[in-house]
Design a protein around this ligand. Sequence first.
Ligand code: A2P
Length: 313
Amino acid sequence: MTAPAMISFANGDQLPQLGLGTWRSEPGLVAKAIKVAVAAGYRHIDCAAIYGNEQEIGGALAELFADGVVKREDLWITSKLWNDAHAPDAVQPALEKTLADLGLDYLDLYLMHWPVASLPGGPQVPLEDCPLAVTWEAMVATVGKGLTRHIGVSNFSEKKLRALVAASDHKPEMNQIELHPYLAQQGLVDYCKATGIAVTGYSPLGSPGRPAGLISADDPVLLKEPVLAEIADKHGVSAAQVLLQWALHRGTVVIPKSVTPARIEQNFAAVSVQLTEDDVARIAKLDRHRRYVTGIFWVKKSGPYTLASLWDE
Ligand code: A2P
């Protein structure tokens, strides 16, 4: 099986361009998914405290290490700081909890999950009262302590990235954002590339498993897009594989979620799919700036966040 290409960081660390997503990977299924993925060749797993499954993932990793299937240093493990731990003195404890759950001494990458702050288990806090740059400096300190090798952000607009880059000596090394042909975000991807910030695309398959609150009857279904079906048929592959190769082809990291063994394997095999220039040009025309993970869950009545303030658009 062909391995995905690597994204190199300034210190020489290498991140496999294709990894396994674990958002909504159900308890009871995620441990098996991790083992199937590692057996298939995945060496990159994307986690987050809020997904509620890091303990089970940690159990699977412990077995893989004990059985000699893979070594810690051969894996790239990402996790994310939840909104209720943005206060500077909450950042390191949150990271330590994730490390304990995953059974690891260090992460490869720790991301600020959303540019949204809240009190533990409770009300939202405006960014003026808990600035992203302050949370960020607490994340920078965790690198110095060896708790994570790299840090970055998620769901950040170009405007928020520019502000953080200007405010800190430690540039974010990653921005993880929703990316697929209906939401190509080429401007943001180009800004990150020009600034030396790697980009990971989440929901690359159009997030068919997203929660009911994010689904409307008239939502376009990415996996049923006729242009993708035609390209997939021509190459004898699935629409999902075309989507994943599109993401790899444009130089982004991609983290499809699946707990289904055959899909986990199929998604990894997307590394070998070859798209023609014509395929890529046709896919580019599908862009409609359509988010599936809209962020609407952060917009509360009389709360400090709006969709406009969240995405800066
Ligand atoms: P499952 O985990 O039950 O296999 P995204 O990464 O865009 O959020 O997509 C994840 C969703 O897509 C999950 O519901 C997952 O289901 C499903 N999925 C993952 N891989 C494939 C595939 N190759 N074909 C169709 N659906 C897939």
